[in-house]
Ligand binder design. Structure first.
Ligand code: MN
Length: 419
């Protein structure tokens, strides 16, 4: 397959993966090892084969993006320009693979993982559901981007099955907690940001230095077991209700591709944030998300509604002197808009499970075994169209622990793994 002058029109005309996007990922074929590629139209360009593998380009042979991300902003811009020039000149056949012929891997080794709570609509909705007798926004919410540290080792790539977690839960009416598979398994539609260039201990990242450190963005589904979460989260925050799995999209959209998607932040005048959170030129992102549940779009969360910016999240995450590393992932928190069909979690869409929504003709609240959820995202691109984030997809598999806290018998386990 030849791309280039003859194929350029097919790539750029309306494709969410035109030359104004060029997201990076890690791919393999049945006979070759994982390595770095860039998405172009319906193809993956093998960067090592296309650009070379000498010197700094040796990073393209790595099975993760981390070595390339660690090379820094000047190098990211230089490689992007070389790819653009290569596409204009024609990509050699040997470097081009149809996206349907490759396996996509977790694109980066996740160092640390933080999840924020930066959407006022979501925080207000959740506050009402989890703490109905108090103000929905806690007193600190508008003074700093709240977040918690998640489990980096359970971040998985799109397409990975999600096993229903088991754990403790206790309804308010129950005298004592019970153990068993979660009955309120949920999603959270989010964007995640990936650190390329880290920082040593004691060196906070100023809010205006974001682009020196952050390589790009991915779609994130922060799978959440609401029953486990509700019982465990006071006073230390989310733990096992979140840590069983977090899914990310296989393509990392470079920050350089998102410049056309920058928008002013919603106002932060009441209260005004502390100086370390005030950027000289604040920006948010105009990314449209969509939540598909068993193939049906049930929500379209607008990232442009987010209260705290990605730069404020990173500045806050490091203001205490915490170091960062290549591969750090920090996610935005659930994205929800003001309208009912813009909510980024099922607990919001179903009003805490009390008001089912109709999905493929059935009344539904939380996820059932066999359900598939896919998040997609697009943003304005520099060429005037829209660039794509691709998708992050996951399918729910049955729990592996019974309500007695035992593994199912081997025959059942085999069935649950292979069916
Ligand atoms: Mn979350």
């Amino acid at each position: 397959m030849e791309l280039g002058r003859t194929g350029t029109a097919a790539v750029t005309d309306g494709s969410p993966f035109g030359t104004d996007n060029l997201p990076y990922g890690v791919f393999s074929t049945p006979s070759t090892r994982p390595r770095v590629g860039v998405r172009l139209g319906d193809t993956v360009v093998d960067l090592g084969a296309a650009l070379g593998s000498d010197g700094p380009d040796a990073a393209f042979a790595a099975p993760v993006l981390n070595p390339f991300m660690a090379q820094g902003r000047t190098r990211w811009a230089e490689v992007r320009e070389r790819i653009t020039a290569l596409v204009a000149a024609g990509v050699p056949d040997a470097a081009v693979h149809a996206v349907g012929d490759v396996v996509l891997h977790l694109p980066f080794e996740v160092a640390d993982y933080v999840d924020f709570y930066a959407c006022e609509h979501h925080a207000t909705n959740l506050g009402r559901l989890f703490r109905p007798d108090t103000e929905p926004l806690t007193p600190n919410w508008k003074h700093m981007p709240l977040g918690y540290h998640g489990r980096a080792g359970t971040v998985v790539v799109s397409g990975t099955d999600i096993v229903r977690p088991s754990g403790q839960r206790k309804d308010t009416a129950d005298a004592a907690p019970a153990f068993g598979p979660s009955t309120r398994l949920d999603i959270e539609a989010e964007l995640g940001f990936v650190v390329g260039v880290g920082t040593p201990l004691g060196a906070p990242i100023p809010v205006d230095a974001f682009a020196e450190h952050v390589f790009g963005a991915v779609l994130v589904n922060d799978w959440s077991a609401r029953d486990l979460q509700a019982w465990e989260y006071v006073p230390l925050g989310p733990h096992l209700g979140k840590s069983f799995a977090t899914s990310v999209s296989p393509w990392v959209v470079p920050l350089l591709a998102l410049e056309a998607a920058r928008i002013p932040l919603p106002g932060q005048d009441d209260p005004r944030p502390l100086p370390y959170l005030r950027a000289s030129a604040p920006w948010g992102l105009d990314v449209d998300l969509a939540v598909e549940w068993n193939g049906e779009v049930v929500s379209r969360p607008p990232y442009r509604e987010m209260y705290w910016s990605p730069a404020q999240m990173l500045a806050h995450m490091t203001v205490n002197g915490a170091s960062t590393r290549t591969g750090d992932l920090f996610a935005s928190g659930t994205v929800s808009g003001p309208a009912t069909n813009q909510r980024g979690s099922l607990i919001e869409l179903s009003s805490g499970g009390r008001e089912p929504i109709t999905v493929t003709g059935e009344p539904r609240t939380f996820l059932l075994d066999g359900d598939t959820v896919s998040l997609t995202g697009t943003a304005p691109g520099a060429a005037g169209g829209r660039i794509g984030f691709g998708e992050v997809r996951g399918r729910i598999r049955p729990a592996r622990l019974t309500s007695a806290g035992r593994r199912p018998r081997l025959t059942d386990r085999r069935r649950s793994v292979t069916s």
